[in-house]
Design a binder for this molecule. Structure first.
Ligand code: ZN
Length: 270
């Protein structure tokens, strides 16, 4: 599933091709993704794109009076198509832009969705309960420490809760906990302020470095030019079960915790 870095990269790449241009019309080949594609998107006609935003894992196309909110689900990709490209089975939506490009949405597992909203997208029910952005100052040690003391749940579970902080999924929660030397299943209220302070700094650092390196291409993530991200080679624990820890050379463990794969080093992390 694409997490914050991958969505930020997608937004940054597509923005110059869309901002200030018009959507001439759309071609919707499959109306049923996670939710039905709204008729306003199916019938869209000559609408100017004012801006492109990201909030958590959502991409928002701001139009003059409305907005389109897109979530890529598990396997969604947005592609910039500059010249004819054969349409594949999982290419569900095309937005035809008045600068001769097509923004194409493909999604193998169809867990992604497109929503029509009014201009005030932040109040949309999918977005209005989201916690702070991890790269924003509102996400800081004091904020996270307070929550960890109240919640008393495994720290990795807490980091993946969108109402606490957005955009950190399984990859970046596993990685930031490894770098911070904290076991993923530790109860959040056992963490000291110093540990939380280190964790917050590492989360910001790892997201920033991943964005710089084109994101992580686990599953089928590609950027809108069809390129894979380079961050996979920097991963310490995610997807590395039974491989040797890059720090202490013991085997990385994998366990299934609340239906999600959790990876850790039992020597480096306490
Ligand atoms: Zn280790």
């Amino acid at each position: 599933m694409p997490e914050l870095p991958e969505i930020e990269i997608i937004k940054n790449i597509i923005s110059p091709y869309l901002k200030g241009y018009n959507i001439n019309y759309s071609i919707v080949r499959n109306k049923k993704l996670k939710y039905l594609i709204p008729k306003e998107i199916i019938n869209i006609n000559n609408q100017k794109i004012i801006n492109i935003k990201r909030r958590g894992r959502y991409i928002i196309f701001l139009l003059q009076n409305n907005s389109i909110i897109v979530h890529l689900g598990m396997t969604g990709n947005l592609l910039i198509i500059k010249k004819y490209k054969k349409i594949l089975k999982n290419d569900h939506i095309d937005l035809i832009i008045n600068n001769n490009i097509i923004l194409r949405y493909s999604d193998i597992r169809k867990f992604g969705f497109w929503i029509w909203s009014d201009k005030n997208y932040k109040k949309n029910k999918f977005l209005n309960k989201l916690g702070p952005e991890p790269l924003n100052n509102k996400f800081n040690s004091t904020y996270l420490y307070q929550i960890t003391q109240i919640k008393k749940i495994p720290i990795k579970v807490l980091l993946m809760m969108n109402e606490i902080v957005v955009g950190i999924g399984n990859i970046y929660s596993n990685e930031s906990l490894f770098i911070s030397k904290i076991l993923p299943y530790r109860k959040s209220n056992t963490l000291t302020f110093i540990e939380i302070d280190i964790l917050v700094k590492n989360i910001k650092h790892i997201l920033y470095i991943s964005i710089k390196n084109g994101g992580t291409s686990i599953c089928n993530y590609i950027d809108p030019y069809g390129k894979k991200g380079n961050f996979s080679k920097f991963l310490f624990v995610y997807g590395r079960n039974n491989k040797l820890c890059k720090i202490c050379k013991t085997k990385i463990f994998k366990m299934i915790h609340r239906n999600r794969s959790t990876f850790f080093c039992s020597i480096c992390q306490i």
